[in-house]
Unconditional design. Sequence first.
Length: 232
Amino acid sequence: MRKINLSNETRRDAEVAFGATSRRKTTVYKTADGSKGKSERTIKATMGTTDQALLAAYGDQLTEALINGDPEVDMERFGMRVEGLKKVYLSPDQKVAYGVTLNEHVFLADGTEKEVRPETSTTSNISTDGVPIRWTGKMIPRKKAMRMFVFRKSYQVQHVNGLTYDFLYEMAKKLSDADAMMLVGGGVKGIAPLVMNNGGTPYRAFLEGRVDGDKYALILRLTNMEIKSIIN
């Protein structure tokens, strides 16, 4: 499991583990004769069979062409196995684009575009070599937080020894007793959004705690979407 450096309300920090809160079931696919199946990449469409290309080629006669034949299928290439693929960006006229600049579009709650800004690269700030993830002191009732934010990812924070068990158990108990979630942050000031991987999305992070006897669950919930009413 991955490690993070987490501090509590008194700014005592410890290196603990975290991982996904759910486990996916392993599905084994087999063919009719009982042999194990395998996944392969195949060509489904080409540039000449896109909607734009078909409309340009047939115009108003496209419906009739689809009824009388199969112009949407490239008979020579459809189903061919491919490997070693690379991602490229295309211009509106379906040409390979070079010197691409990526922008980030920011929208208001009603869907209106508020701002267009250059996309910036991000650096992970949860490394155990850096400053710890800190409690901000801003506690939000659990039910209110669930109505305010769309949580995109959740990780379970786990102890790695007896000392960190006590450390995390006390955190979980405090949050469970308050029935609230604690906003946590990274960076020197401890208020920056968390970036889990280099080039990843910045997330606002909350800790949620649950306790059952001597058992505990401390969950790190991440969100980059706040629920807002569009009614004035």
